[in-house]
Design a protein around this ligand. Structure first.
Ligand SMILES: [Mg+2]
Length: 184
C-alpha cells in the first residue's frame, strides 16, 4: 500500500493510474487495498451519458455500493449548466460545478469538504486534459474511464486526439468477472 503511494507520487507523467472501460471496474476491494477512502467523480460521460443524460443502472448500483461501504464521494464537474445539480440531488452526493479542472482549486475544496487527504483520494473522469491533469497537478491518483458515449462538445473532440497520442497503445481494462462478488 505504501509502495503504491510512493509510486503514485513519483508518477508525474500525464498517464492515469488506472484506465478502465467503466467506473464500475473500480472495485471497493481495489480501493481499500490501495488506501483510498474517497473518490472525486467527474459527471459528464463518466457517470452520465452526454447523449441521453441518464445514469446507467450499473453506475448507479456502483455508487450505492461505495456509499454502503463508507467510501466518501464528491462530484466535481466543469459543466456550467444547472442540470448537473439535479444529478447531484438524484445521487444524494455533494457537488462542485463550474469546477475549471484542471485547476486545483475545486478538487482541493472537495477534499476539504470530505475531510480527506490527497493520498486517500482518487480522481475519476473521462478526460485526460481536465480530469487526469487535475489529479497530476495535485499528485493525486487518477482513473481514466472510457466516455459513456461518443457525444462530446466540440473542444472535447479536439482534445480526444491528444488523448489518443498520450495513451498510445494502452487499452482500457475491461474485465468485469471480479464484480460478481460485489453484487453489481
Ligand atoms: Mg467528463
Amino acid at each position: 500500500m505504501v509502495e503504491q503511494t510512493k509510486k503514485a507520487r513519483k508518477n508525474r507523467v500525464l498517464v492515469p493510474d488506472r484506465y478502465l472501460e467503466s467506473v464500475v471496474l473500480l472495485t471497493p476491494d481495489w480501493l481499500r487495498a490501495n488506501g483510498i477512502e474517497a473518490l472525486l467523480l467527474d459527471i459528464d460521460n463518466t457517470l452520465v451519458s452526454r447523449a441521453t443524460q441518464q445514469i446507467p443502472d450499473d453506475v448507479r448500483a456502483w455508487i450505492d455500493l461505495l456509499i454502503a461501504q463508507d467510501f466518501k464521494l464528491h462530484l466535481i464537474t466543469n459543466n456550467w449548466h444547472k442540470v448537473v445539480l439535479q444529478t447531484a440531488e438524484n445521487l444524494l452526493l455533494p457537488i462542485i460545478y463550474k469546477a475549471m479542472k484542471p485547476l486545483p482549486i475545486s478538487p482541493l475544496r472537495a477534499l476539504r469538504r470530505l475531510g480527506v487527504k490527497r493520498h486517500q483520494t482518487i480522481l475519476v473522469g473521462d478526460q485526460m486534459m481536465t480530469d487526469i491533469f487535475a489529479a497530476k497537478l495535485l499528485r493525486m491518483r487518477s482513473a481514466l474511464v472510457q466516455p459513456l458515449t461518443q457525444t462530446d462538445l466540440t473542444h472535447t473532440k479536439l482534445l480526444r486526439n491528444v488523448e489518443k497520442i498520450l495513451l498510445g497503445a494502452r487499452q482500457p481494462e475491461a474485465d468485469r468477472s471480479e464484480l460478481d462478488g460485489d453484487g453489481i
